[in-house]
Design a protein around this ligand. Structure first.
Ligand code: NAD
Length: 444
C-alpha cells in the first residue's frame, strides 16, 4: 500500500488567513504545515484569539537541522540529516517524539510540533510542543547501525535539548530501545554526573530503565478512552462494534487489541504491506504477533483485499493509525464508517475533512484522540523526577481522567461555538494557551 497524497484545489486552504501573507508563507495547498496552521487559525478566529498569539503559534520558536556522519557495518561512513523543531514552550518544556523515516522533512516536523503544542494544552499536561526525526529508513539498517545513528543524533542535538527544556519520545520508526540508547548517550555525556536527571531527557523508555508502566500501550489506550467517552454522542456501543484499522504499529495495534478485549470486532486492517478483511473478526493479539514476526499484516488469515476495498469495508469505526495525509477527498468518499477516530497525526486532509462533514461522518481529531501517549510520557517524567514508580492501575486511572476531561472540554467547545469536533478541540487548546499568554505578557 502506498501513501496517497491527494491533490487539493487551491481553495482548500479556505479563506487564506491574512497571517499567511504577513508571515510570507508560500501558496501550496498540499503542504501539511500550511494545512495545520490554517486549521489552527480557523479555530483561533472563532474565539478571537489575540493577533500576537496567532503569529507566535503560526511559526515554531526554533528549527534545528543537523547533519552527522555514522559508520556503517561495512566500514564506510554515511551522512544523515536530523531535525528538532521546538514549536512553543509557553506552558512548559518542549515535548514530542523522534521519527525515523525516509520521508522526514522540515515542514512535516514543524506540523507535528505544532500538533504537540495543541495536544499538551488540550489534555492540560504542563508541556509545550516539539518534534524531531532523522531521515532514514530503519528497515534498511542493522540494529547496530540504528544504535549508532540514534546515539550520534543525540550527541548532535544534546546541547539544544534537556530534561527541563526539551524532552523527546518515540514516534514512527522508533521505540523504547531507541529511547534507552538516547538516554544512555545523554547521561554518559556528563561523565555520568547528574545521571538521574539525565534519565528524564526522553520518555517512552523501557520499564527496566526508567520507563513507565503503560507507556507502550498509552496512545492506543487514550484512543479507546476518548472513543468510549464520545460513543454515546453517536449512539454506538463497543460490544460488537465493527472496527477497521489503518496502520498496525504501536498506535493501531494497541487500539485494536484493547477494543478487541472490550468486545469490539476488528474486521479489517491495512498497513504498508497490504490489507486484510475478515467479517468474523480478526484476533487483534495474534495479528500483532504476526506483524512483529513478518513485518506487516500481509499473509495473516482473512481475505487479502486492495486499499480501496479496505476503505469501502462497512464499519462503525475506522481508526487511521499510520501516517499523515492518507485520507484525502477520494478516500473520504469511499469510507463506509460512522466515526473516524484519528490515532495518527493529521491523517485527514482538509478536503477529506470536508467530505466527512458533508457525509455526516464524525471525526474525533488527533490532537484529542492520540494525546494518551504524551500524557503517560508526562507521568513517566514525573515518576523519574520524584524517583517514584506508579502501578499500572494508577497510570490507567490518571490517563483515563485526562482523556475524559479533554473529551468533555472538546464537546463543551463544540456546543458553545457550534463547530465540528476538530475545531472544538483546537479551541479548547488555544483558549488555554491564550490565557497563559495573557497573564505572562510578551517579553520585554
Ligand atoms: P509505527 O511505526 O509503530 O507504525 C506505523 C504504521 O503505519 C505501521 O503499521 C506501518 O506499516 C504503517 N504505514 C506506514 N506507511 C504506510 C503506508 N504507506 N500505507 C499504510 N500503512 C503505512 O508508528 P506509531 O508510533 O504507531 O505511529 C503512528 C501514527 O501515530 C503517527 O502519525 C504518529 O505520529 C502517531 N502517534 C504516535 C504516538 C506514539 O506514542 N507512538 C503518539 C501520538 C501519535
Amino acid at each position: 500500500m502506498s501513501t496517497t497524497v491527494v491533490s487539493e484545489s487551491t481553495t482548500s486552504l479556505t479563506a487564506r488567513d491574512p497571517i499567511f501573507d504577513e508571515l510570507g508563507f508560500p501558496k501550496d495547498p498540499n503542504n501539511l504545515y500550511l494545512q495545520t496552521v490554517a486549521t489552527m487559525l480557523e479555530a483561533a478566529d472563532v474565539i478571537d484569539l489575540r493577533h500576537r498569539v496567532k503569529i507566535i503559534l503560526a511559526q515554531p520558536k526554533n528549527e534545528i537541522m543537523v547533519h552527522f556522519p555514522v559508520r556503517m557495518d561495512d566500514g564506510h561512513h554515511r551522512l544523515f540529516k536530523g531535525y528538532r523543531v521546538q514549536h512553543n514552550n509557553a506552558l512548559g518544556p518542549y515535548k514530542g517524539g523522534l521519527r525515523f523515516h525516509e520521508t522526514v522533512n522540515l515542514d512535516d516536523v514543524k506540523s507535528l510540533a505544532l500538533l504537540m503544542t495543541m495536544k499538551c494544552s488540550l489534555v492540560r499536561v504542563p508541556f509545550g510542543g516539539g518534534k524531531g526525526g532523522v531521515k532514514v529508513n530503519p528497515r534498511e539498517h542493522s540494529a547496530g547501525e540504528m544504535e549508532r545513528i540514534t546515539r550520534r543524533f543525540c550527541s548532535a542535538i544534546m546541547g539544544m535539548i534537556g530534561p527541563e527544556y526539551d524532552i523527546p519520545a518515540p514516534d514512527v520508526g522508533s521505540n523504547a530501545q531507541y529511547m534507552a540508547w538516547f538516554a544512555d548517550t545523554y547521561m554518559m555525556s556528563n561523565e555520568g554526573k547528574d545521571a538521574l536527571d539525565g534519565l528524564r531527557v526522553v520518555t517512552g523508555k523501557p520499564v527496566e530503565f526508567g520507563g513507565s508502566l503503560g507507556r507502550e500501550k498509552a496512545t492506543g489506550q487514550g484512543v479507546v478512552d476518548t472513543l468510549v467517552e464520545l460513543l454515546p454522542e453517536v449512539g454506538l456501543n463497543v460490544q460488537g462494534m465493527r472496527v477497521s484499522v489503518l496502520g498496525y504499529g504501536n498506535v493501531g495495534s494497541w487500539t485494536a487489541r484493547i477494543l478487541h478485549d472490550m468486545g469490539a470486532k476488528i474486521v479489517a486492517a491495512a498497513d504498508h504491506t497490504g490489507a486484510i478483511r475478515d467479517d468474523r473478526g480478526l484476533d487483534a493479539h495474534k495479528l500483532a504477533e504476526h506483524v512483529v514476526a513478518n513485518g506487516g499484516v500481509r499473509g495473516y488469515q482473512g481475505e487479502a483485499i486492495s486499499t480501496d476495498e479496505f476503505y469501502k469495508t462497512p464499519v462503525d469505526v475506522l481508526v487511521p493509525a499510520a501516517l499523515e495525509q492518507m485520507i484525502g477527498e477520494r478516500e473520504a468518499r469511499m469510507i463506509d464508517a460512522k466515526v473516524v477516530v484519528e490515532g495518527a497525526n493529521a491523517p485527514t486532509t482538509p478536503a477529506g475533512d470536508r467530505v466527512f462533514n458533508s457525509r455526516g461522518i464524525e471525526v474525533i481529531p488527533a490532537i484529542l484522540a492520540n494525546a494518551g501517549g504524551v500524557t503517560v510520557s508526562y507521568f513517566e517524567w514525573v515518576q523519574n523526577k520524584t524517583s517514584s514508580y506508579w502501578d499500572i492501575e494508577q497510570v490507567d486511572r490518571e490517563l483515563n481522567r485526562h482523556m475524559v476531561m479533554a473529551a468533555r472540554r472538546t464537546v463543551l467547545a463544540r456546543q458553545r461555538y457550534k463547530v465540528d469536533l476538530r475545531t472544538a478541540a483546537y479551541i479548547a487548546a488555544l483558549d488555554h494557551i491564550g490565557k497563559a499568554y495573557a497573564v505572562r505578557g510578551i517579553f520585554p
